[in-house]
Design a protein around this ligand. Structure first.
Ligand SMILES: C[S@@+](CC[C@H](N)C(=O)[O-])C[C@H]1O[C@@H](n2cnc3c(N)ncnc32)[C@H](O)[C@@H]1O
Ligand code: SF4
Ligand code: SF4
Length: 424
């Protein structure tokens, strides 16, 4: 007999619930068995693979004190930049001390050999302003021969020894952001489109076939007409892919793009950008729009998805080291916008387990996916935060005021969900 469509859907019977729970447990154990076999096969000759299997197991069973290292780690090599993108939150006026990470730090971090994907770039600032960028790349490659070495740069510093060092990289994203001089000038101050193009040509000449090169652009309104020319540029230089990012508007600091440049609320515009995937396919260029792969691309970032783990895996799988405007170094686990920041020094980064298994990290792992979300302000906020809506967080402020009075807000309406803490 057919059920009346207006009738409420019946609740699952206890037997159905039991069967579902059993299926979940069986699936989880099957995945874990697979990981154990893979870990055994990788033991001794492929440290990153061994580590990732262990990490998946530890994440799946919600362990808070870990044997494994994060499979993805990023280092901002500097806290400053050689250009000013008008969509970037890096405000050089606030940088009181220009600081770079020391080369010998990279020579000492032997644990990096376990990391699958090492980013020698991150957060705000450009890595290629580091006077010893090439030495760092060589040092990390020496320590971590089986890891994927990744860099994201504006491309201005891609020449000379830095260009030579790309032979040790596996993945290079150049944030070109524009494919023509006028668009570049509208979006970027202090750079040089000509220099960028010359560097890209030189890279195309000398790059090893195994190095994947992507060109990326932030989809501010002025950049929309450049998406197709960017695909043409990538095709001409035989690069792998073009990536189009969502633009997260920044607070209105001096020189920042106006809010009218934001495009996140315009489905027609995004549809038109997505439709260029056919064109990219024809040109043999990979095409990624807002993280979605629309034309095939041989090299992607590691997607850290752990079957059977459930919830957010960041506190197990990710580590980012950044340098603040006063030169202070911080460790975080995600770029949620409300991310945990642990003050760290070089010694703690060398003896990384001190940071990775610090009391605060263990607490985050215990609470990130807890049924009772009240245990973790940071993740509560992250799950409600619309990063594109930088200008008006009033709804969030109101909600937090009612439900989470312990969350404070700064004058710029940014939530502070946690105190800055120091690693013991
Ligand atoms: C912060 S940058 C750091 C690395 C390097 N300086 C660079 O520009 O490639 C990392 C990436 O974020 C992008 N980005 C910067 N500001 C953004 C924003 N407001 N919304 C979305 N992406 C942004 C940049 O274009 C770049 O590809
Ligand atoms: S090059 Fe990167 S760090 Fe520099 S201003 Fe642009 S987005 Fe920001
Ligand atoms: S804030 Fe919490 S929920 Fe959000 S990405 Fe980070 S760890 Fe995951």
């Amino acid at each position: 007999m057919l059920r009346n469509a207006m009738e409420p859907v019946p609740k699952r019977t206890p037997i159905a619930r039991l069967l579902r729970a059993l299926a979940r447990v069986a699936y989880r154990h099957a995945q874990s068995g697979r990981d154990l076999l893979l870990a055994a096969a990788a033991f001794g000759h492929n440290p990153p693979k061994f580590n990732q299997c262990l990490n998946r197991l530890e994440c799946r069973y919600g362990r808070s004190r870990l044997w494994s290292y994060p499979p993805v780690v990023g280092f901002a090599l500097s806290n400053y930049c050689n250009q000013r993108c008008r969509f970037c939150s890096l405000d050089l006026k606030q940088v009181t001390r220009r600081v770079v990470l020391p080369v010998d730090l990279f020579e000492k971090m032997t644990w990096l050999r376990y990391v699958q994907e090492i980013w020698l770039s991150g957060a705000a600032g450009d890595s290629l302003v580091h006077p010893e960028f090439a030495r760092i790349v060589r040092a990390v490659r020496g320590t971590a021969p089986k890891s994927r070495l990744m860099v994201c740069t504006n491309g201005l510093g891609l020449h000379g020894e830095n260009l030579e060092a790309t032979e040790h990289l596996d993945y290079l994203n150049v944030s070109a952001n524009a494919a023509s001089e006028p668009t570049y000038a509208a979006l970027i101050h202090g750079g040089s489109f000509r220099r960028l193009l010359a560097n890209l040509e030189a890279l195309a000449e000398r790059k090893r076939p195994s190095l994947a090169v992507h060109l990326s652009m932030v989809l501010a309104r002025s950049a929309v007409p450049d998406v197709k020319p960017m695909i043409d540029l990538a095709a001409r230089l035989k690069f792998d892919a073009v990536e189009v990012y969502r633009y997260f508007p920044i607070p209105p600091v001096e020189g920042a793009l106006p809010l009218s440049e934001a495009t996140h609320d315009e489905p027609d515009l995004w549809r038109a950008v997505r439709q260029l995937s056919e064109y990219a396919r024809e040109k043999g260029v990979g095409y990624l729009v807002a993280g979605e792969q629309l034309a095939p691309c041989r090299s992607l970032n590691t997607a850290v998805t752990y079957p059977g783990a459930g919830g957010c895996c960041s506190p197990w799988s990710n580590g980012h080291i950044s340098i603040g405007p006063d030169g202070e170094k911080a460790f975080s686990i995600c770029c949620s916008g409300v991310s945990l920041n642990l003050a760290v020094d070089d010694a703690a980064l060398v003896d990384f387990r001190k940071v990775w298994n610090s009391p605060r990290m263990q607490e985050v792992r215990r609470t990130v996916n807890a049924d009772d979300e009240r245990q973790n302000n940071m993740c509560w906020l992250c799950r409600r935060l619309e990063r594109a809506d930088y200008g008006s967080k009033s709804h969030l402020r109101e909600l937090a005021g009612r439900k989470r009075p312990s969350i404070a807000f700064t004058a710029s309406d940014d939530p502070i969900a946690f105190p800055l803490s120091r690693v013991a």
